[in-house]
Design a protein around this ligand. Structure first.
Ligand code: FE2
Length: 255
């Protein structure tokens, strides 16, 4: 076993702010999520509500986030929660971003975008490339859960080769979303296409904000590089850095 940095982990994708989407519903639930994350070695999370589902502006969400920070601080839960969003990839996304109805992660140009689960809309590539032309840096949320990308990984390869970052979800690697999502996540890791592993946590129990077990599973595929997916890469993204390399299987690196 290589180094396993089980402290200071960074979770780039969570639904921890209460009452804004299908994630945490109450401050108590958010607190339970924060405590579970801290116990797993996570020190920072990005709060990524579904947009436009949440139906609020960046400013309104920022206020909800600030309330949560006060709840956590009041309870001694020392988890840093950053502002982000998980934005549905639709033709209107640039308009939403311009109007403050969708927003990037923190103060960066990285935008976490979500595809539908069963189809790849015909405008997908076009909208992603238009985002890039406008200076945004798209991060694709859990493409392993998209049935079409799982079946036709070459469609994902085109995006990765054009600089799109890939976030896979812990539950997928651990098999909780079924065989197809699990084998797609493994295949994307084997091909060296994955930049971030995140929990996409919706609650403390059902879809928990844990990273360590899934990082260990990823470690069996890409070796110690797996830890970059839950630490330095999400931290670099939060800092707006472009220094974000995918994890690559050690065998391939030696060839
Ligand atoms: Fe999500």
């Amino acid at each position: 076993m290589g180094q396993s940095p089980t402290a200071g982990l960074v979770d780039l994708h969570t639904h921890i702010v209460p009452g804004v989407d299908d994630g945490a519903q109450t401050p108590d639930e958010s607190l339970a999520m924060a405590r579970a994350a801290l116990a797993d070695g996570v020190r920072q999370v990005v709060a990524t509500p579904h947009i436009p589902f949440a139906g609020m502006t960046r400013e309104e969400f920022g206020q909800r986030l600030e309330s949560l920070r006060q709840v956590l601080a009041g309870q001694g839960a020392n988890l840093e929660v950053h502002l982000g969003a998980e934005v549905s990839l639709e033709p209107d996304i640039l308009r939403w971003l311009a109007a403050g109805l969708a927003w990037p992660i923190g103060a960066t140009r990285y935008v976490l975008v979500e595809l539908p689960f069963f189809v790849l809309p015909p405008y997908t590539e076009d909208v992603i490339f238009r985002l890039q032309v406008e200076g945004y840096k798209p991060i694709l949320a859990h493409p392993e859960r998209n049935a079409l990308l799982a079946a036709k990984p070459e469609r994902l390869q085109v995006l990765v080769e054009r600089g799109v970052l890939v976030q896979i979800t812990t539950t997928s690697i651990l098999g909780g979303f079924g065989v197809q999502a699990k084998s797609a996540a493994q295949a994307f890791l084997e091909r060296g296409w994955v930049h971030v592993l995140a929990s996409d946590a919706h609650s403390a129990n059902h879809r928990p904000p844990l990273l360590t077990e899934a990082a260990r599973a990823a470690e069996r595929i890409v070796g110690a590089d797996a830890w970059r997916l839950v630490s330095t890469n999400p931290a670099a993204i939060l800092g707006g850095s472009e220094d974000v390399e995918p994890a690559r299987p050690a065998r391939r690196a030696r060839q």
